[in-house]
Design a protein around this ligand. Structure first.
Ligand code: NAD
Length: 249
């Protein structure tokens, strides 16, 4: 298949659902082969494809994650693209935030991201090429109340993208982050259902006055990891309908 990502192999953590699955579908449509690393299995249509490999793995488990990378490269070839995407939300007043939940958010959003990036770097740096993309968030760019663990972990992700761009770009890699606004995935649906996010207020604050779609985030991600963005490294790219630009009440 020809396409912007033709001949590339991409590994995506958290690739079985939501934004990660959307990126997988977009990368496939642009010609890539895709490895999905997730706690869960992807939908059946993905399992049926020869250009998709699904590996059940907890990205916070260093040994299991490294084994997944090794298996992915053995069966699908050297990885050109790694998307560090697995993440969980945390949305409650800080005075009610239990330490165990704080630790869990840091484990998935930061520890797993470090392990995934290092597993990618271990393989890509010696080869002198590769594109790593982190899924940050608008909360990796600005803060919001009553989601301390999420804000801190996503700022950490944005920092990781910039710091690794400095460290690995001299070796031929590109390291970037995408910062999606509010996208209607299971993660956000749950927050709206529980009354933790007010959809009406959210849209009033968004200059485009609508939610961002999974497909829009996925297309932006596909561009950033493609050779068309060959000068782009250390970028935190918002895909948020203008939400972070809006400081106006
Ligand atoms: N949905 C949004 O509005 C939004 C906005 C900005 C950023 N994000 C970020 O996008 C990323 C994906 O979120 P989403 O909305 O698609 O969520 P989601 O819950 O729909 O999907 C997340 C996927 O990650 C997997 N996962 C969770 N923990 C894992 C682990 N330890 N190891 C392996 N896989 C694991 C889950 O099984 C799931 O398939 C997250 O990093 C999230 O913070 C989401």
């Amino acid at each position: 298949m020809t396409g912007r990502l033709s001949g590339k192999t991409a590994l995506i953590t958290g690739g079985a659902a939501g934004l990660g699955l959307g990126m997988a579908r977009e990368f496939l449509s642009q010609g890539a082969r895709v490895v999905l690393v997730d706690l869960c299995a992807p939908p059946d249509d993905m399992l049926a494809r020869a250009d998709v490999m699904a590996l059940m793995c907890d990205a916070t488990d260093e040994a299991a994650l490294d084994a997944a990378f090794t298996r992915a490269e053995a069966e699908m070839g050297p990885l050109d693209i790694v998307v560090v995407n697995a993440g969980i939300s945390q949305n409650s007043p800080t005075l009610e935030l239990e330490f165990a939940r704080w630790r869990k958010v840091m484990a998935v959003n930061l520890d797993a991201a470090f392990l995934t990036a290092q597993a990618a770097g271990n393989r890509m740096v010696p080869r002198g090429r590769g594109a790593i993309l982190f899924t940050s968030s608008v909360y990796g760019v600005v803060a919001g109340p009553e989601r301390l663990g999420y804000v801190v972990s996503k700022h950490g992700i944005s920092a990781m993208a910039k710091a690794l761009a400095l460290e690995w770009s001299p070796h031929g890699l590109r390291v970037n982050a995408i910062a999606p606004g509010y996208v209607r995935t299971a993660l956000l649906d749950d927050l709206i259902e529980r009354g933790r996010v007010d959809a009406e207020k959210l849209l009033a604050h968004t200059p485009m006055r609508r939610f961002v779609s999974i497909e829009e985030v996925a297309k932006t991600a596909a561009f950033i990891v493609s050779d068309d963005a060959s000068a782009t490294t250390g970028l935190i790219a918002t895909a948020d309908g203008g939400w972070t630009a809006n400081g106006y009440l």
